[in-house]
Design a protein around this ligand. Structure first.
Ligand code: XMP
Length: 506
């Protein structure tokens, strides 16, 4: 496997994804927490950073286990750090180098550039540049503006590049990473979704033995894939609990429960709708809603889990982006993102935690799901927030409002599937606004609710763009909603991007 040392660049996760696309396993670790480098590590990539090597508080790694022992590729800051540390000169560039550039010279004898074409396009994003290189550093590529675009230290099998091979705009970036990972580090690309699934099932068997495991299913991709992996490993020792909080999409609880049962999962459906809706009565603050739903979920789940005799493990569908320790831009202290859906469970229940997907990115989870023959219906589902429709009903929640929104959402999503638009959208949903507006139906004046439709594209939910849905589609959905859902007389479409808006309205 490959180690990626993170200096806080926004692109670090992208490097990991590119390496994994080569079917090579890699791990990201903060620059100041290098793991013990046993023989399973075959090479190291040093990431970029928002810092300059000249900054007083610039991140300084300890490379004593690494330098001269394993092949190294420094990217941007990583390259500048290597040069700076060995006595080279790194200074601010005359003009900040940002955007596309071309490699006007390449040393094709360098194993890093083997097979790359002269003038190939690369993506630059740095304020510093290496103007003088230490003696042992040999330049191996340059652009019009950047003389030392790449270097090699032959004796140490170390390389540095000032551009970013991991971004899409570096046309042959994947080839360069392949040269490094496969030829220079000698890792073969045999890490695939199928091999992951096979190994994970074996590992789960060994770890869990004959003990019992409990897992909360949400209907989403991550928990479903985790459940199927565990089911293959330990069968009926796995007890799944699927809670209806009364805030799911129309018919979703029954349909998804049925498909879990079809898949052979040992699952218990618990309809706790009344408990959730009673507790939410009169609450309109979004954070308050989230807290109540989180608390009631823990109560319900806890109650069900204690009914299972001798359960020892709590399984969770945590995925890699939830656990990567990100290097904080404001200082070397590392912050850990915690999984917001499951906070609080482990402490109260005294169970050992098992997270079979915690090393995978979302798209990899989907691939694993496919190799396990989970239906596309389940794997391709849009993300849906844990608090469900509660944060799409602005203001107070009532059973009547939930019913209205379920109807509206069902028409919207149903039509989206019908017209083949569902898979082009990252996430879509309807929002019930806390206002009424005047309308006319027949000879009657109406004064009813407004709903907003939202559809976005995204890769990770961190940023998002509104989808340019066809006017014909919007027009059809709008009349279907107004003609069929009593209580709604107006439909609007949300055309805001994130940032500065968010995907959900609350
Ligand atoms: P925002 O609204 O922050 O949403 O742009 C980003 C993604 O997160 C989902 N989301 C949540 N998921 N609990 C969840 O499990 C929550 O409280 C929550 N709030 C937002 C949202 O649906 C989108 O996919």
């Amino acid at each position: 496997k490959i180690l990626i040392l993170d200096f806080g660049s926004q692109y670090t996760q992208l490097i990991a994804r590119r390496v994994r696309e080569l079917n090579v396993y890699c791990e990201i670790h903060p620059y100041n927490k290098t793991p013990q480098l046993d023989s399973s590590f075959k090479g190291v990539i040093l990431s970029g950073s928002p810092f300059s090597v000249r900054d007083k508080d610039a991140p300084v790694p300890d490379l004593s286990q690494i330098k001269g022992k394993l092949p190294v590729l420094g990217v941007c800051y990583g390259a500048q750090y290597l040069a700076h540390e060995s006595g080279g000169t790194v200074t601010p560039s005359k003009h900040r180098e940002y955007g596309r550039a071309n490699l006007t010279s390449i040393d094709q004898k360098s194993p890093l550039f083997r097979g790359l074409t002269l003038n190939t396009q690369v993506w630059m994003s740095h304020g510093d540049t290496i103007i003088n290189m230490p003696e042992t550093f040999k330049p191996i590529a340059s652009t019009h503006d950047v003389k030392n675009g790449a270097f090699q230290i032959e004796a140490q099998n170390t390389f540095g590049i000032q551009f970013h091979p991991e971004v899409y705009h570096t046309t042959e970036g994947k080839k360069l990473l392949e040269n490094f990972v496969k030829d220079i580090c000698g890792v073969s690309g045999n890490w695939t979704a199928a091999s992951f699934a096979g190994a994970a099932i074996e590992e789960l068997k060994t770890t869990i033995g004959d003990e019992k495991v409990v897992l909360g299913l949400s209907g989403g991709v991550d928990s479903s894939v985790a459940a199927v992996l565990l089911d293959k490993a330990i069968g009926k020792q796995l007890n799944c609990i699927f809670v209806n909080n009364g805030l799911l999409r129309k018919n979703e609880f029954d349909e998804v429960l049925a498909s879990y049962k079809d898949m052979g999962l040992n699952v218990k459906g618990v309809d706790a709708s009344d408990k959730f809706l009673d507790q939410l009565e009169g609450v309109s603050d979004p954070e308050q809603k989230r807290k109540i739903i989180g608390r009631v979920f823990i109560e319900v789940f806890d109650e069900e889990a204690t009914k299972i005799k001798d359960v020892k493990w709590l399984a969770q569908g945590t995925i890699y982006p939830d656990v990567i320790e990100s290097v904080s831009v404001n200082g070397p202290s590392a912050t850990i993102k915690s999984h917001h859906n499951v906070g609080g469970l482990p402490e109260t229940m005294n169970l050992k935690i098992i997270e079979p997907l915690k090393l995978l990115f979302k798209d990899e989870v989907r691939k694993v799901g496919k190799t396990l023959n989970i239906s596309n219906q389940l794997i391709g589902r849009h993300p849906f927030p844990g608090p469900g429709l509660s944060i799409r009903i602005l203001g107070e929640i009532t059973r009547e409002k939930v019913r209205i929104l379920q109807e509206v959402d069902s028409i919207y999503i149903g039509e989206m599937r019908e017209q083949g638009l569902y898979d082009d959208v990252w996430q879509a949903g309807a929002i019930l606004l806390p206002i009424q507006s005047v309308g006319v139906m027949g000879d009657e004046r109406t004064y009813e609710q407004v709903v907003a439709l939202r559809a976005v594209t995204s890769t990770d939910g961190m940023t998002a763009d509104w989808v340019h849905l066809p006017y014909d589609f919007l027009s059809k959905v709008s009349s279907k909603i107004i003609n069929n859902v009593k209580g709604v007389n107006r439909v609007v479409y949300d055309i805001s991007s994130k940032p500065p808006a968010t995907i959900e309205w609350e």
